[in-house]
Ligand binder design. Sequence first.
Ligand code: SF4
Ligand code: SF4
Length: 342
Amino acid sequence: MVKLRFDKNICYSCESVDCLVKCQYLQLNIETARIEKLKILKGEDTFILTECITCYACEEYCLKRNHPFFQIVELQEDKGLYTAPRPITHQQIKMTSPKGRFEVKQPLTKPAISLCVFPDMMKKIDGPLFQRGTSFLGGDFFCNLVFLHFAKMSIVKERLPKVIETISNHLKKNCLDELICFHDECYAGFTCWATAYEIPVPFKPIHLFHFLSQRLEALKSSVKTLNQKVAYQRPCSSRLIPETQYLTDKVFSLIGVERVQRKYDRDSSLCCGSILRMMGRDDLADDIQERNVSDMVNAGAKYCVFNCPMCYYTLSEKVSKEGILPVMMVDLCHYALTEGKT
Ligand code: SF4
Ligand code: SF4
């Protein structure tokens, strides 16, 4: 049985309860955090289960990597406390159903790239950054981690191990052992989630930013310094893989942009708001989007850089209205290689 590996005793002896105290949405003092954490550990009802906005950040706040958010999702599902209206949850499950199409007809060549559920990103896999790139399409190769937002860990448990196995078989068939993950969510699924649920991953997942930094270094003589101030919209899934965060700064440094200092970045990043709208929490979505974009403006950012297509779709118009150019990280790197100004 696919089961979450975490140690309750570590939580019982935890003095900081950082997972809840640092949460930017629940606003808990240490005493309340301790009381509510005990309820979670005992499988009891707590308002955390209904107030959590599923931003994933507590996975990063817990330095013991004891999976506080996965604990919450498991308990939400046990108690039938779905975060979104049931018709929306069921529609999402149906829409993303694998439907048995686990076949890739074309041969794969190195580098093989997974586009998660965003096949429209395929047009970005082009140019000097990606020579000979081959993409898995989305759909069946979708990591399904999005169901963490829907309190449906059972769907992730059912689907992700099969996706891992299928990808592994395709890679082996083509004598490959690495897969570049375009979306943080897939990388987090193949690393953080698979480790937490003790699922073997027989291939090496590569974070897109690791690949980009290697390519930019290889193409150094063609890279033009952009000399721009940028804000970074950190995606929720990157909270599962904090060990990759240095790569964002590395890519920015290689293309000569400055990541502006601002309140809502790094540990204090805010959710883009798309999930909140799905939950019907429009007031909170409006509030955090307004605070986030104002913060970018006040910090003097000229670009807002995204890696998650969903964050990009959600915030592009809002940042544009404030005179900030929305751009995917991969496009900014393409730009540094083609048209950037020295
Ligand atoms: S999940 Fe981590 S931070 Fe939260 S109580 Fe347990 S050990 Fe402490
Ligand atoms: S997932 Fe986000 S909102 Fe939910 S408890 Fe963790 S930090 Fe708070």
